[in-house]
Design a binder for this molecule. Structure first.
Ligand code: HAM
Length: 419
C-alpha cells in the first residue's frame, strides 16, 4: 500500500469539525479587526523566498521543497506565508487601495524538517499581515489578536515572549560587537554557524547544536544595543501591551528563524510542550527587498496543528460534531422515491437529513442511523404511504409522534424537537 509521505497528515472526516470550529473562530476574530482574507499560490519562484526569507536561514538553506518545472524555472513550495503575501501586495498594487492593508490567510506550508512532535513537513498556518504602517500600535494590535484567539479557544497555558531585534542601522553596529564575541572561538562552532559568521552572525544565536548553544552563553544581546528610535518603539509597544493587560516576558534570545524581521518580534509558547504555537514580528524592509516602495509591516502566523493540539487538550470534548436532524428509513422503490423527495424538501428548511442511497435492508438502515447518531428517525413503508400518517421517533428519548405525511407537519415536529 502506498502511504502518505513522512511529515504529512490526513485530517479525517471524524476530526474535521474541530478544525472547522477553530478556523471559523479565528476568521471571525480577524474579520472583527477588519482583516480580509488573501489566497496566494502554493508555489512561487524560488527567488522570492531566497530574497524574502533570507539566504542564510535554515528554511532556505535546508528546508525548502525546490524543484525545476518543465519550463526550467526554479520553483519552491511555500515554506511560509509572508513572502507570498507581500509579493501579492506589491504585484497587485494593494498599497493604492486601502492603507494599511490588513490581510489574513489560512494555508498549507511545506518545510523539509526533521519530523518530530509538532514539527511536520506539511503543516498549516493562519497568519495576518498589516502592511503600510510603522506605528507601534500595529504591533500591539496583532499581539492583541493573538491573545484573543487563544482566549476564545479556551486555551490559557500560553506564555507571550517579546523581543526587539532592532533595525539595519543599530543591527550593523551590534553585529560588529557580536562578531568580536563569536570570532574569538569560531573554530568551536558547527560548519553552518561558521558559514553564517560573515553574512549573518545573528543566525548563530539561533543554532540548535548543543556545542554552539554552549558557545553562545554570555553573548551580547541585540536588545542592549538598540538605537533611540528602536528603543522608543519597543518602549511604546510594551507600555500599550501592559495597559491592555497583556502578560508578557522579555526574551532577549528570540531572533526568529526568518531574516526579514526588524524591531518587535514575539512568540506565543505552549507552556506544556515548550513549542512556539504563534510567531511573528515587524518586517519593515521586506516590501522594499521584494521590489516595492519602502513600506513598513508587521504580522504573525500560528501553526494550526500545534494550535489544534492545545485546543483539544483545553476543550475536553466540549465542542462536538453536529449530528443529522433526521434519518429517513424507507424500503421499496415507491417508498424510496417518496423519501428522497421529502428529504430534499426538508433540506430546503435547513434540516440536515440523510436517507438510504444503497437500497439496504431495514436492519442495515437502522444500524446506519445509529452510527451517524441521527437525532430522529422517520420510517416510510407501504403502510405509511397508504395511511398518509408517519411516525417521527426521537432517537435519544424514544418518544414517538404521529403526524400527517405532509411536509409542513413534519417540519413543525422537527422544529419543536429542536428547542
Ligand atoms: P514561523 O515562526 O516560521 O513564522 O512559523 C509560525 C508558526 O508556524 C510557528 O510558530 C509554528 O507554530 C508553526 N510551524 C512552523 N514550522 C512548523 C512545522 N514544521 N510543523 C508544524 N508547525 C510549524 C513564519 O512562518 C512567519 N511567516 C510568521 C509571520 C507572519 N511573521 C510575520 N508575519
Amino acid at each position: 500500500m502506498i502511504q502518505k509521505p513522512k511529515g504529512t497528515r490526513d485530517i479525517l472526516p471524524k476530526d474535521i469539525y474541530k478544525w472547522q470550529y477553530v478556523e471559523s473562530k479565528i476568521s471571525n476574530i480577524l474579520e472583527e479587526y477588519g482583516f480580509k482574507e488573501i489566497r496566494v499560490p502554493v508555489f512561487e519562484h524560488t527567488e522570492l523566498f531566497q530574497r524574502g526569507v533570507g539566504e542564510t536561514t535554515d528554511v532556505v538553506q535546508k528546508e525548502m521543497y525546490t524543484f525545476e518545472d518543465k519550463g526550467g524555472r526554479s520553483i519552491t513550495l511555500r515554506p511560509e506565508g509572508t513572502a507570498g503575501a507581500v509579493r501579492a501586495y506589491i504585484e497587485n498594487g494593494l498599497n493604492s487601495t486601502i492603507n494599511p492593508t490588513k490581510i489574513w490567510y489560512n494555508m498549507a506550508m511545506y518545510r523539509y524538517e526533521n519530523v518530530q512532535k509538532g514539527r511536520l513537513r506539511e503543516f498549516h498556518q493562519i497568519g495576518t499581515e498589516v502592511i503600510g504602517t510603522e506605528s507601534y500600535l500595529a504591533d500591539v494590535e496583532v499581539i492583541l489578536i493573538g491573545r484573543r484567539i487563544f482566549k476564545q479557544l479556551g486555551i490559557d497555558n500560553i506564555k507571550i515572549n517579546l523581543n526587539s531585534i532592532g533595525c539595519p542601522k543599530c543591527r550593523s553596529e551590534y553585529q560588529k560587537i557580536l562578531k568580536e564575541f563569536i570570532g574569538k572561538k569560531l573554530d568551536n562552532y558547527c560548519n553552518t554557524c561558521k558559514s553564517r559568521f560573515e553574512k549573518n552572525p545573528m543566525r548563530i544565536l539561533d543554532c540548535k547544536e548543543e556545542k554552539c548553544k554552549k558557545m553562545n552563553i554570555g553573548a551580547p544581546m541585540m536588545i542592549d544595543y538598540l538605537c533611540d528610535e528602536c528603543k522608543t518603539h519597543f518602549e511604546n509597544v510594551k507600555r500599550v501591551l501592559k495597559s491592555n493587560n497583556i502578560d508578557f516576558s522579555i526574551d532577549s534570545s528570540i531572533v526568529r528563524g526568518l531574516d526579514y524581521y526588524t524591531k518587535t518580534v514575539f512568540e506565543f509558547i505552549d507552556e506544556k510542550t515548550g513549542l512556539t504555537v504563534l510567531g511573528g514580528g515587524r518586517y519593515d524592509g521586506l516590501v522594499e527587498e521584494l521590489g516595492g516602495i519602502p513600506t513598513p509591516a508587521v504580522g504573525f502566523a500560528t501553526g494550526v496543528e500545534r494550535l489544534m493540539e492545545m485546543f483539544e487538550e483545553a476543550n475536553k470534548g466540549e465542542v462536538q460534531d453536529s449530528e443529522p436532524d433526521l434519518y429517513i428509513l424507507s424500503i421499496g422503490e415507491k417508498e424510496n422515491e417518496e423519501a428522497i423527495k421529502i428529504a430534499e424538501q426538508l433540506r430546503d428548511f435547513g434540516f440536515v437529513v440523510e436517507k438510504d442511497i444503497c437500497s439496504r435492508s431495514f436492519k442495515a438502515q437502522m444500524k446506519y442511523a445509529d452510527k451517524i447518531k441521527a437525532k430522529h428517525l422517520l420510517v416510510i413503508g407501504e403502510d405509511e404511504l397508504n395511511s398518509k400518517i408517519v411516525k417521527i421517533k426521537n432517537m435519544k428519548t424514544g418518544e414517538e409522534y404521529k403526524v400527517n405525511f405532509l411536509i409542513d407537519d413534519i417540519v413543525n415536529i422537527l422544529k419543536n424537537f429542536r428547542v
